[in-house]
Design a protein around this ligand. Sequence first.
Ligand SMILES: [Zn+2]
Length: 144
Amino acid sequence: MNVEGNNIASTSSTDTQIFKHIWQLDVPGKIKHFIPKASHNRLATMDNLLKRYVQVPDISQFCEDMSETIMHVFHECKYVKEVNRLLNIKDFTLRVWDFRDLVKEKWKRLSPDKFCIWVLCMWDIWHQRILKSEKNLSDLHQKW
Ligand SMILES: [Zn+2]
């Protein structure tokens, strides 16, 4: 157990506590909105676009090595692992099945300041990923 982390009483109230905490972070509103959107798997990752019949390559826009799911972008991709390593954030891979679990794990195990930094970095990763996918898709269309 990490003494740095936020204390929580039970899992039933955890989501409410976490999202309340995120809403109180001193970050721009677009970043506060990003976490619940990602938690509901509502980001335009390649796998989500394909589910909506948008013709895109089913590949990570960062590593170009794996299918791009939300969990790949924010947990599995070698680039996010490098970001976590640089931030000295340990990889808590057990019991993390979706982005919501990932947020819970980080919230439980990181100090409030570090959790805020993690949230900012996840938003920036998504922002960089949007810029990269726009460039990749533009390059792809120019080849056709
Ligand atoms: Zn990747």
